[in-house]
Every structure is written in structure tokens, then in C-alpha cells.
Design a protein around this ligand. Sequence first.
Ligand SMILES: Cc1cc2nc3c(=O)[nH]c(=O)nc-3n(C[C@H](O)[C@H](O)[C@H](O)COP(=O)(O)O)c2cc1C
Length: 177
Amino acid sequence: MVTPEEIAEEVFRKTRPGILLTTKVADKVNTMVIGWGHLGTIWNRRVFVAYVRSSRFTFELLAKNPEFCVSVPREEHLTPGILRVAGHESGRNEDKIAKLGLTLVEPEVVSVPAIAEVPLTLECRLLYRQEMELDKFPADIREKYYPEGVDPTDSTRDGSVHTAFYGEVVSSYVVES
Ligand SMILES: Cc1cc2nc3c(=O)[nH]c(=O)nc-3n(C[C@H](O)[C@H](O)[C@H](O)COP(=O)(O)O)c2cc1C
């Protein structure tokens, strides 16, 4: 058991280069790399907010099961293999967990497993979700991340809009190896 306060700095430092967000529906477990997200407080609860484009398979799974696990490496970075597969390939087409040989670990509270190889774990349960509205961005951010010519509602394209997923941290720990 570690508290969100104890690990906040480490989570912050490691999120930008890449951490994992894992989801599960029925027997299907999927993980993807996220580089955007933050741990903090809202509604007097400890919350991790993740930003997921509607094009991701993860987005579909979160609509069906509103629980997820955030996994942070103890090493500085995810391995190049995990970054490549979990950050560029979609669980729609393959089983990334099997391809990477990741070891799933029984969760403490939620229904989604932790990952032994990426052991610092935040188990989260969704409290709130909000789709971003493109007319509320400064022009430079809109042009860079949601370029014209890509329909932001087209869920098959990069450039699709992000939804913020606010997950209450219901358990946090480091998986012992
Ligand atoms: C370093 C890195 C950071 C990423 N951060 C995000 C992110 O914060 N949100 C997002 O929607 N996609 C992000 N991606 C892209 C997804 O990881 C990628 O599209 C993945 O294949 C989606 O998997 P899925 O379709 O199985 O959900 C990132 C990729 C990399 C390599």
C-alpha cells in the first residue's frame, strides 16, 4: 500500500514519457500507453484524470466497464517494446497483453488487473467523464492536436477529440515481484 500523496511526484514525472492505462470487459484485457494525465484532488477525492481519444479501443472498453488501472514503471521508462506495442497498436486487432508477455495481477478493489512488469498501480473507478469541446481551445492547440481535415467526431482517425476520464483512486500499491 502506498498513498497517492507519496507517489504523486513519481506519477507526474513518469506520465509524460508514458505510463499504461488498462481496461477490461468480460475476459478481454487491453492496455494502452498514455502520456497525458494527472493525479490530484476534486470533489474531495483522490482522482486520476486520463485523456483518451475517441478513436482508441480503450475508449470503447471504458464505456462498457467504468473501471481502469493506471500502471507506472519503477524504472524511468516503459521498455521500448511496451511503448511500441501498447502505444501504437490497437487491442481491436490483437491481444497486446499476450504479445508483450505481460503478467496480469489480481486487483484489490476494481475488476481490472494490475501488471507485474509495470508495478506502481492506481486502481480507479470512473466518477465523471467529459468530452472536450473544440470551440473552447486557443487556435494553436486546436490546430496542432485536432487538425482541420480530420473530423473530430470520426472515431477511426487520430485527431479525434479527447474525453477526460476522472477515475477515483480506490487503491494504490506497488506489485511485489
Ligand atoms: C508516448 C505515448 C503517449 C500516448 N498518450 C496518449 C494519450 O494520453 N491519450 C490517447 O488517447 N492516446 C495516447 N497515445 C496513443 C495510444 O497509446 C495508441 O493509439 C494505442 O495504440 C491505443 O490503443 P487501443 O486502441 O488498444 O486503445 C500515446 C502513445 C504514445 C506512444
